[in-house]
Design a protein around this ligand. Structure first.
Ligand code: UP5
Ligand code: MG
Length: 192
């Protein structure tokens, strides 16, 4: 008998592209569990995890935290949810993340597709800096944003390309307003 495997959709895009906003919409309408790797790391840092200082320094520098830390948080959240349909937001961002996922979860889950929010740097920057006025995030400032975007270009774009070659990427422009973007997202989820 085949073992049951949870379904995963990875949600990728530049910093501030609107991943979290659209994931919240998808949760309401399509019943997935939203796991933001960045949120899980920020929570671990805030809860006094022994990795807290390391996480903070990586986030502020826009660098990608070693996968052992991130994947342990994702696995725990998946198990604790008791659910079987996940939106994994902001992961995998680099080769280390991808290899860690394939090693730990490759045969324990099914990656249905990768939802890629395509958004130019200027728009991402505007959104992140505007949010910075109230988010309390230590990386919503111009210096950290530039580093985050550079990390996105040098690391994450290659991961999106890897999944493109497998025919698994669904691209949606997130330049328009959130409602318009969600209309496109809905079409995709209704068809899949
Ligand atoms: N907004 C959203 N959509 C809009 C739209 N269509 N039109 C106008 N405004 C829109 O949105 C950002 C802002 O824009 C909000 O104010 C929103 O209202 C508005 P949001 O939905 O939050 O965008 P999102 O893409 O989620 O942006 P976020 O800043 O969360 O993306 P990042 O990828 O930078 O952040 P994340 O939390 O994923 O990661 C942070 C850091 O954690 C990383 O830099 C890294 O250091 C670390 N990390 C790892 O090391 N490993 C991981 O696996 C994940 C993270
Ligand atoms: Mg986010």
């Amino acid at each position: 008998m085949a073992t049951f495997k949870p379904i995963v959709i990875f949600v990728l895009g530049g910093p501030g592209a609107g991943k979290g906003t659209q994931c919240a919409n998808i949760v309401k309408e399509f019943g997935y569990v939203h796991l933001s790797a960045g949120d899980l790391l920020r929570e671990a840092r805030a809860s006094g995890s022994p990795d807290g200082q390391l996480i903070e320094s990586y986030i502020k520098e826009g660098k990608i935290v070693p996968v052992e830390i991130t994947i342990a948080l994702l696995r725990k959240a998946m198990e604790n949810s008791g659910k079987d349909k996940f939106l994994i937001d902001g992961f995998p961002r680099n080769k280390d993340n991808l290899e860690g996922w394939e090693r730990e979860m490759g045969d324990k889950s099914i990656v249905k597709f990768v939802l890629f929010f395509d958004c130019p740097e200027e728009t991402c920057m505007e959104r992140a800096l505007k949010r910075g006025a109230s988010s309390g995030r230590t990386d919503d400032n111009i210096e950290s944003f530039r580093k985050r975007y550079q990390t996105y270009l040098t690391n994450t774009v290659g991961i999106i390309d890897y999944y493109k070659a497998k025919g698994l990427v669904r691209t949606i422009s997130s330049i328009p307003g959130p409602e318009q973007v969600f209309n496109e997202v809905k079409k995709l989820f209704n068809d899949s």
